[in-house]
Design a binder for this molecule. Structure first.
Ligand code: PMP
Length: 355
């Protein structure tokens, strides 16, 4: 892959990136829970180019911006992010020939900072005193106001974020289930920007209008339920400090709440029992999917997301012994097996990214 010098080259680079982003396997995970054997379906987004679901929206947003003339060769991409988005824009932005600057709260894991820097991007850490997440967003906006060569993807306000999932992740799930003769009853996802839950729900609802869609938040920091930042939590990537503009809670169903300790234990179990090395929000999503299934008729098909892999959590509690509490759901779950519903053929994914 060569560094593009004009939008035409960018098109060919993105074509190459399509091969490494999206079209992930869907995992059918079998487990026993209170004496019954059940299955949850999880999209293996940790297998994307940089190891997270955010590659899809980074590629789609940049492509849309090129098409609209808002991103030009030579522009610097600047984004406020808690990590995976920064890694995705750093890698994909670099592949497309751009300088990338990431503003990030200074309490995110060290691995995330190092990974972003390894792609040649610059990281600006923002302390709580300097405004944390909201401060990071303000700082990128200030840069764009001062300079003409800055492009702001603005993942929290950019509907192309949702569109990436409405055009790719959602249709892939539908096709993978269809090939197995299955119909989704519910979709469950932790909310960061809300792009995943909004985009996938939109796509699934088009074919299954009665599908339940459950947004998820950490029990320790219920921003969605309260409308503002409360407490702190350890599920990096979800529940930032505000309700994002692209999230329309009124179009979704019940907000599910999962404890961060339970999420850590579940993610540890997915790795140690099944060999699925996923991050804390994946553990959270799995537990929330089990809770959603409890609310539905027996054997309902519930789909969720494994958002990222476990490697960028090496310095966090994911790699420490976590205290088990009586109230935790993960203690009642024994993971038995998983089956892969594989990647789709070229014809089945022909509509990807740009409709
Ligand atoms: N989990 C992780 C690890 C993430 O990085 C993100 C993205 N912030 C999410 C979940 C939530 O995804 P979304 O931003 O699409 O709501």
């Amino acid at each position: 892959m060569t560094r593009p010098s004009n939008p035409c080259d960018v098109a060919s680079t993105t074509q190459s990136l399509f091969e490494m982003i999206g079209n992930t396997p869907l995992l059918a995970i079998t487990f026993s829970h209170r004496k019954s054997v059940r299955t949850i379906y999880a999209k293996a987004e940790h297998l994307n180019l940089t190891g997270s679901i955010k590659d899809r929206m980074a590629l789609h947003i940049l492509l849309r911006a090129y098409r609209a003339g808002r991103l030009r060769p030579g522009d610097t991409i600047m984004e406020a992010t808690s990590g995976n988005t920064g890694i995705a824009f750093a890698a994909i932005g670099k592949a497309m020939g751009h300088a990338v600057v990431i503003y990030m709260p200074d309490w995110m894991s060290l691995e995330r900072v190092k990974l972003i820097e390894s792609y040649g991007a610059k990281v600006i850490p923002v302390s709580r005193e300097a405004g944390g997440f909201l401060g990071s967003i303000r700082m990128t906006q200030h840069q764009a106001d001062c300079r003409k060569d800055v492009y702001l993807p603005q993942q929290f306000a950019n509907y192309s974020n949702c569109e990436a999932h409405a055009l790719t992740t959602g249709p892939e799930i539908l096709e993978q289930l269809r090939l197995q003769g299955l119909k989704p009853a519910a979709f469950v996802a932790g909310v960061g920007t809300g792009g995943t839950i909004m985009g996938i729900s939109q796509s699934l609802r088009r074919h299954f209008p009665h599908i339940k869609t459950f947004p998820v938040e950490p029990a320790e920091s219920p921003t969605l339920s309260t409308g503002h930042k409360v407490g702190t939590h350890r599920i990096q990537g979800i529940s930032d400090e505000f309700i994002p503009q692209i999230l329309k809670l009124e179009s979704l169903d019940e907000i599910l709440s999962v404890s961060d300790g339970d999420s850590i234990l579940m993610a540890q179990k997915l790795a140690s029992s099944l060999g699925l090395g996923v991050g804390i929000s994946s553990g959270c999503n799995f537990l929330a999917a089990v809770m959603a299934q409890d609310r539905l008729p027996q054997d309902s098909v519930v789909v969720t997301i494994f958002c990222d892999d476990n490697k960028k959590y090496l310095s966090t509690d994911l790699f420490r012994k976590e205290l088990i509490r009586d109230t935790y759901l993960s203690s009642d779950i024994e993971l038995l097996d998983f089956r892969v519903i594989g990647r789709l053929g070229a014809v089945q994914v022909h509509n990807r990214f740009i409709a």
